[in-house]
Design a protein around this ligand. Sequence first.
Ligand code: WQD
Length: 369
Amino acid sequence: MALADHVKSGFANLQQNCFHQHTIHVGHRFLITGGAGFIGSHTALGLMEQGHSLVILDNFDNSSPDALLRVEELANGSGSLELVEGDVRDADAMERAFQSNGPIDGVIHFAGLKAVGESVRDPLRYWDVNVNGSRVLAAAMERHGCKTLVFSSTSTVYGEPEIFPLREQTPTAPIHPYAQTKLAVEQMLSALGRNGAWRIASLRYFNPVGAHPSGRIGEDPLGIPNNLFPFITQVAAGRRDQLQIFGNDYPTPDGTGIRDYLHVMDLAEAHGMTLDHLLKQAGPTTLTLNIGTGHGLSVLEVVHGFERATGITIPYKVVPRRPGDVPKLEACPLKAKDTLGWTATRTLDDMCRDGWAWQQANPMGYRGE
Ligand code: WQD
């Protein structure tokens, strides 16, 4: 189907504002780095639906411009979106993002690399893109007097925790370069926060899955998915024969690994609420928040939950553990609740249903068009 037809059918299927309402002052101008990616596109849509103007800086390294076309189509005239195509490490591109149509009130920094295995093979690239990219961004923010920032961090900064609940003050112990670079940025930002009037939040995401309920935007991994959820949806679609379950000899009730999966729409809402919170702070603020449901699920629980939600059987075989995997990660999300009033509201059923709708409507992701 031609892109224009897709855009038309998208309008026809438009579901009015699928984001739960929360208050944010209308009419801000935000810069979203990596706004075409999985989490970035859902967050961008939520902010546009609230009437904000967005500048999106993205180099489409692991994302597609089609995601932004669809965000625009779903926003249906609410808010606005401008694209600056470029790399976060490129100071000129960053400057263009800050110089487009008016001052930026706040930034959400998603742009970065996120594959654990790749980070072990090529650590320098991870330090360059994730850490240097964040430094280029922070320097531009300083130059332009914009000091409100939400940073995409990760639950993997906790390494292999043994004691739960996992609170933000739990000691960090990252075990691969991906997590090390995310923690380094957190540390760089808190040093910055101590020196001036910055309002900074680092959000430590657990495992975001699912898609916008319209099925128009979702996760679009390149090649064979690394992650459990897109692998399951591709098996369901017949694109892969069977799921490999990486180990059933972990010290968990059914022996498979436990993670805290949350709906990407809940995560997107957390970003809007974090910006709202930061913009209300009169003084310097540095905040670190876990963003998860607080309820871990094993690989088998996810597989069976998907089967229940969709009626499709997922063939699987158990294979040895994947190097670098930990038995369990599960958030204590109470600080996000106390600070922002945010809690995840969507269920595993919602995650499976919405992720499956996206996969069915876009069997080859955005590249199918
Ligand atoms: C989940 C569980 C696997 C695939 C991810 C990102 C990482 C970070 C955190 C952002 C584990 C098992 C998986 C498969 C399986 N993201 N599994 N078969 O490892 O928690 O890491 O979230 O910061 O960048 O990679 O998520 O979805 O890969 O794995 O059995 O084919 O599913 O062993 O227990 P993970 P995941």
